[in-house]
Design a protein around this ligand. Structure first.
Ligand SMILES: [Zn+2]
Length: 652
């Protein structure tokens, strides 16, 4: 080994780092060509893609034009994820076709598998020397919670075939790093996955998406970042741009000074949300850079988040809120003020035209007598009229005159007028206002896919998948166990229908129900989350839920497949009684059940997070990431309703 101190300083390199480009490689190449040719920005030495550049199943189709020369890539472009077993197989076929040493080569001159001219897959977790002196540590593949937890030899070989990372990747990376010269510095750590625990400590105000990404991130990326102290760390697994405040690394030896790592997640290439997906870097290779420059600590730097003691408990406020929780919706609307006046002198008016505002209502009813107050009910989210109001008069006579306007036409609609106090007596069990699942509150009715007498099926808002739906009783009851048998049977019927529908798509349905006695909005309204999952992954459902339980220090009780809804209710009740519980209905029909004792800490998003890993989309654990606008939600509901029609019990 030569003495590194005598190495001449290398000139700065210009590199573009981009987010995942699975279906957008052409767009990436076009954009790179533009900036590369722009004298104010370029030229660039190369591109690093923190993810994929082709879909695994259509890799050949996507890449052939580049191999043939019909399309060209302007600068060397490297990526780290082949998109599963098929994509990886394709990459290896390219290595074989061009007689490359696709396997076994790990020499310092190795720069990955050449897929096409100027396109390389960094297929090994190792440190590469790229762009003339830039040290790029690449974690090859992707994090899959199941593969990672399964440390058996069979599991490892399976993970390798699928391009999924394991502890082996951490070990290989460390070995490679240990072989480097003492003075060498990792300039860039390139991963597909967001590292776990990035935000264990942080100094900035951060969004919930980032918190979620940090809590569900990859332990491999985390371990490598901790071991290698890279200057930059890029990921591309989440669909938004995020730049963490720099953190100060531990000193590699007592005599040296530390430097900082900057972590950045880039959104998907050419995304439609205008999220930043390209980052231009001008970087002087760290191994020869002036040490004082390397070790300059920016003023906003913080401590290393990965040094927080392993196993530190997640704080309650780090947990994701549910999309129904008020805290998740900000700004919080002010509560609607109560109407001023005497109930004996106040009328309740409904079937109002939505265009009728308080002014128009006051004018109309002002003809009946002197008014004290008018209060129109409005939607807290947008202030729109909900079609009913209270009108308070100074005198009983005024209210009596108003009653005569029952069925009168107002803004083109026949309005209903009744005494406010009478109304209260007539509706002793009004459903709690604000409950998302009570149909009477008319929230997101466009997501409803089917309604029977006592229950209905609704698409999940921010679903894990396009067909993630919920089975919900019409009546506001807290759990599946508490339903009258007739309602439970209807839900059961829907569930069986959904399972048959899934069969036709080589899928199986995984169901989870969380019964928590929420204090607000009249308590929990039962909703069974149903997610159709591809057969091969559905087969792992029991295993991954058991792994999750182990992490949380509990063990599920398993109930054999019940023959009917009543049997399922009885079996769950025998374990949970009237109390809170989590239930997972496995594809085989068995039910995993765990009771939650009063005051016990629980994982609000257990089902959602576990299933996000099961479907290999941990970024979808956070419902906010999955939110769509109303048009897209309506379209999703329509697509499901049509596909499910042949199985819908209400259409038979
Ligand atoms: Zn309800």
């Amino acid at each position: 080994m030569g003495d590194a101190a005598t190495d001449a300083a290398l000139p700065p390199r210009r590199i573009i780092v981009a987010g995942d480009a699975r279906d957008t490689f052409d767009a990436l190449v076009a954009r790179v060509a533009t900036v590369h040719g722009n004298p104010n920005a370029g030229p660039f030495d190369g591109v690093l893609v923190a993810g994929r550049i082709f879909p695994g199943t259509e890799a050949a189709q996507a890449m052939q034009p580049y191999i043939d020369g019909a399309k060209t890539v302007p600068v060397p472009t490297y990526f780290v994820d082949a998109d599963g077993a098929e994509g990886l197989e394709y990459a290896h076929s390219r290595a074989a076709a061009t007689a490359q040493r696709g396997d076994g080569s790990s020499g310092s001159s190795y720069t990955g598998i050449e897929i096409a001219p100027n396109v390389f897959m960094l297929d090994k977790s190792m440190v590469y020397d790229l762009f003339g002196g830039v040290k790029v540590a690449a974690v090859a593949g992707r994090y899959d919670a199941l593969s990672y937890e399964d440390a058996s030899a069979l599991g490892k070989s399976c993970a390798k075939t699928n391009g999924e990372v394991t502890e082996d990747d951490v070990r290989e990376m460390k070995e490679c790093f240990d072989e480097m010269k003492k003075r060498d510095v990792i300039d860039i750590l390139l991963c597909r996955d967001w590292p776990a625990g990035t935000l264990e400590v942080h100094g900035r105000e951060i969004g919930r998406e980032a918190k979620s990404a940090s809590s569900t991130g990859s332990p491999v990326a985390r371990a490598v970042a901790l071991a290698l102290s890279p200057r930059y760390h890029f990921a591309g697994s989440h669909p938004f741009f995020f730049e963490r405040e720099p953190y100060i690394n531990a000193k590699s030896d007592p005599s040296s000074s530390p430097w900082v790592t900057r972590f950045i997640n880039l959104a998907g290439c050419a995304n439609e949300d205008s999220e930043k997906w390209m980052h231009a870097l001008k970087i002087e290779p760290g191994s020869t850079i002036d040490r004082a420059l390397l070790c300059k600590i920016p003023p906003d730097s913080g401590p290393n988040p990965y040094l927080v003691q392993a196993g530190a408990k997640r704080r309650a406020d780090e947990l994701q809120p549910d999309w129904r929780d008020d805290a998740a919706k900000k700004p919080k609307p002010p509560p609607q003020r109560p109407v001023v006046g005497d109930p004996d002198k106040t009328v309740f008016v409904r079937n109002l035209n939505y265009k009728a505002d308080e002014g128009a209502i006051a004018e109309f009813f002002g003809e009946c007598g002197e008014l004290l107050d008018v209060r129109l009910a409005t939607k807290p989210e947008n202030g729109q009229s909900r079609g009913f109001c209270h009108v308070a008069f100074k005198t009983v006579e005024g209210a009596q005159a108003a009653l005569e306007r029952n069925n009168a036409s107002f803004f083109g609609r026949d309005i209903a007028v009744e005494m406010a106090n009478e109304r209260k007596e007539r509706q002793p069990r009004a459903p709690p206002q604000g409950c998302w699942f009570c149909l009477s509150n008319e929230k997101d009715l466009h997501l409803v896919a089917s309604i029977s007498g006592e229950c209905f099926m609704s698409m999940d808002k921010g679903g894990l998948t396009a067909e993630h739906c919920q089975l919900i009783p019409v009546e506001h009851l807290p759990s599946f166990v508490s339903l009258p048998q007739s309602a439970a049977e209807e839900i059961w019927k829907y569930l069986q229908a959904l399972r048959m529908y899934a069969e036709t798509k080589q899928q199986k349905v995984v169901v989870f129900e969380r019964h928590l006695e929420l204090r607000n909005k009249g308590g929990n309204h039962c909703h069974m989350n149903c997610i159709p999952v591809d057969d091969d992954r559905a087969a792992l459902a029991e295993k991954i839920f058991k792994q999750a339980a182990k992490k949380l220090d509990f063990a599920w009780t398993k109930i054999d497949p019940p023959a009917s809804a009543a049997e399922a209710q009885a079996a769950i009740k025998a374990i949970a009684d009237e109390g809170e519980y989590y239930a997972v209905h496995l594809p085989c029909g068995s039910i995993l059940i765990q009771t939650i004792n009063k005051g016990e800490k629980h994982w609000m998003q257990l089902g959602r997070e576990v299933i996000s890993h099961l479907i290999k989309a941990p970024e979808r654990a956070n419902w906010q990431t999955c939110m769509q606008d109303e048009d897209a939600e309506t379209a999703r509901t329509a697509a499901f309703t049509e596909a499910f029609a042949a199985f819908d019990p209400m259409k038979q």
